[in-house]
Design a binder for this molecule. Structure first.
Ligand code: PHE
Length: 351
């Protein structure tokens, strides 16, 4: 991907925090660009820039496939190694982020992402109205992770139907990599469904909670290469590399982590191994669908839930299309994105 794929990219040293603040607006073809604010450690700010470029393009695809009249963007604050974000520095950087977003004058709105919370969105909201998912008491729709988990569950039903002919997840062997705010909620939902769960996280403190759910705790490496029906990536991106593919023993991969493929070529490698990979941007759309349905379209929570659960049909359609056209689900999803971006008015009129 070249930088010219993006409409604009702002990179500045936050005047208060002295930290690199990066806002990438990939596309506003379908409407205002949206995408979360990632506050994370990077060895080099350029790694944060690379993440912002990829993640913002992912948001364009996510919104397009979800049928939202929005484009894609992303904010990344690249915290250097060894820098600890105490309360004062956190406040400073959120103010810097807010001013940067405000300077875009509504062209881009942010929300929570890895490393930020609804409370952080309330802080950003003190300086700009272009922020989703503030806590309810501040007038926002709050934490987006329950909806992201629910949308992932819907996607998993469609995958299960493809593998076993039934959307029920009872007894389906799932291997979950990452128990962050989305992963842990998803584990709970899957346990309630009676799924046969392997779980893992780099943080051993997550073990007790997962075992209470009846899940089997394994190392992240074991979870990644486990003999399972569906592998569910729910941690940071890039876990599906060319080296990992030959060692995978799952039938399908579908999870909420953004940017799962280390390179685009991995989609083809997975396909050749007979592994069904559902693009992350299709699976993980629940959070943004929920926030936008409630906060932009002012619909009811029941209507938002229905739109999130419709991810099941979106995934089922993609898997069918891929089969009929003898292409990967990744290619089928890409074609759908292209179609929607080329005919923005058709998307908008279905809103
Ligand atoms: N950060 C989440 C995502 O990647 C969710 C989100 C973004 C929610 C923007 C609301 C607005 O989709």
């Amino acid at each position: 991907m070249s930088i010219l794929d993006h409409e604009q990219v702002l990179i500045r040293t936050g005047p208060r925090s002295r930290l690199p603040v990066i806002v990438a607006v990939h596309s506003s073809t379908l409407g205002q660009a949206v995408g979360g604010c990632r506050l994370w450690h990077y060895a080099d700010w350029r790694d944060g820039l690379a993440d912002a470029l990829r993640l913002s393009a992912g948001m364009t695809a996510k919104c397009a496939v979800a049928g939202l009249a929005n484009g894609g963007g992303k904010t990344v604050v690249a915290v250097p190694p060894g820098v600890e974000l105490d309360a004062a520095l956190r406040r400073a950087v959120l103010d810097d982020v807010a001013d940067t977003i405000a300077s875009l004058d509504g062209g881009y709105a942010t929300g929570p992402d890895v490393g930020t919370t609804p409370q952080d969105m309330a802080v950003i909201g003190e300086r700009t109205p272009h922020v989703f998912c503030k806590p309810a008491e501040h007038g926002g729709s709050g934490d987006s992770s329950p909806a992201t988990a629910l949308g992932t569950l819907a996607a998993l039903r469609a995958v299960s139907r493809r593998l076993h002919g039934t959307r029920a997840l009872a007894g389906v062997r799932l291997s979950l990599v990452g128990l962050g705010s989305v992963g842990m909620r998803l584990a709970r939902l899957l346990a309630e469904e009676g799924a046969d769960l392997l779980v893992s996280d780099i943080d051993p403190a997550k073990r007790a909670a997962s075992e209470e759910l009846g899940a089997t705790w394994v190392s992240p490496e074991e979870a990644l290469t486990a003999d399972a029906d569906i592998l569910v990536p729910a941690a940071l991106g890039g876990i599906l590399t060319g080296d990992v593919v030959p060692r995978l023993r799952c039938s399908a991969i579908a999870g909420p982590a953004n940017n799962q493929l280390a390179t685009e070529a991995v989609a083809g490698l997975l396909h050749r191994r007979g592994i069904v990979w559902v693009p992350d941007y299709v699976v993980s759309a629940g959070g943004v669908i929920n926030a936008l349905t409630l906060e932009l379209h002012h619909e009811t929570p029941a209507a938002a839930r229905e739109r999130v659960e419709a991810i099941e049909h979106t995934v089922a359609d993609l898997l069918d299309t891929a089969e009929h056209r003898q292409m990967t689900p990744a290619q089928a999803a890409k074609d759908l994105v292209r179609l929607r971006l080329d005919a923005p008015s058709a998307t908008a009129s279905t809103e």
